[in-house]
Design a protein. Structure first.
Length: 242
């Protein structure tokens, strides 16, 4: 699905991955679940591209619902997979955390679990090899993605800023669609290691990008949100429990 020219999404508001498309090829931000492979292939066919056009996958963090088909791409097509070093072990399946789930409603949690199972969430394949990225690095990939450290949800969570499509991918640094409660709008994401650190990381985005930065803020869960950084942080803080 095209969000804007050069930016496409596979999946839905429950779990999504994104394609940055230009003449040089495709950069994937996150890789959803294993079953999103078929969605990826349909999307490539729709835009007249091939798997060989994918130059890299950038993981916003190493959780299982973001690494999905990344190892398949790496192993079968030689596509490099980038992740922050603090989440490399998580992406390789060598460590994990199980934060408290918090509040939930039966309808949203059943939809989340059903979709995850249908899309192969029980057959996640961890990465055998990753390449690391650093805060402040701009990668020589389609879209020239810029890496911004966003620790909190996990130690190695990152945001990916892509000026060419006016987009900021925040992974699970925040959400606009809470998969456990169904609440909509910018808010803290569930399953977060350190919510205070996540909030502090989001606040630092204002100094990095400027409060008047405006564009698409794209989480791993929930609908893309458009506005300024000041508006984003205001909505997030209003939704954050006292």
């Amino acid at each position: 699905m095209e969000l804007v020219p050069g930016l496409r999404r596979i999946g839905n508001d429950i779990i999504a991955a994104h394609l940055i498309v230009d003449d040089a090829g495709i950069t994937l931000v996150d890789a959803g679940l294993a079953g999103h492979w078929n969605d990826l292939q349909r999307e490539l066919t729709e835009i007249g591209r091939r798997t060989a056009d994918i130059k890299a996958v950038i993981l916003t963090h190493g959780d299982s619902d973001h690494i999905g088909f990344a190892e398949r791409l790496r192993r079968d097509a030689g596509v490099p997979v980038f992740v922050h070093p603090a989440d490399a072990a998580r992406a390789r399946g060598e460590e994990s955390t199980k934060p408290a789930w918090g509040g939930m409603k039966i309808g949203p949690i059943l939809r989340f679990l059903a979709y995850s199972i249908r899309k192969g969430g029980l057959r996640t394949e961890h990465l055998s090899d990753v390449r690391v990225v650093a805060d402040g690095e701009t990668l020589a990939l389609p879209g020239s993605p810029e890496i911004i450290a966003l620790p909190g949800h996990s130690p190695g969570s990152i945001a990916v800023h892509v000026p060419s499509v006016s987009a900021l991918f925040v992974g699970d640094g925040m959400t606009t669609g809470h998969v456990l409660t169904g609440q909509r709008g910018p808010q803290p994401a569930p399953f977060t290691d350190d919510q205070a650190a996540a909030a502090a990381s989001l606040a630092r985005l204002e100094s990095r990008l400027g409060g008047d930065w405006s564009g698409w803020v794209i989480p791993g869960h929930g609908a893309p949100w458009r506005g300024t950084m000041v508006d984003l942080l205001g909505a997030y803080r209003a939704a954050r429990p006292a």
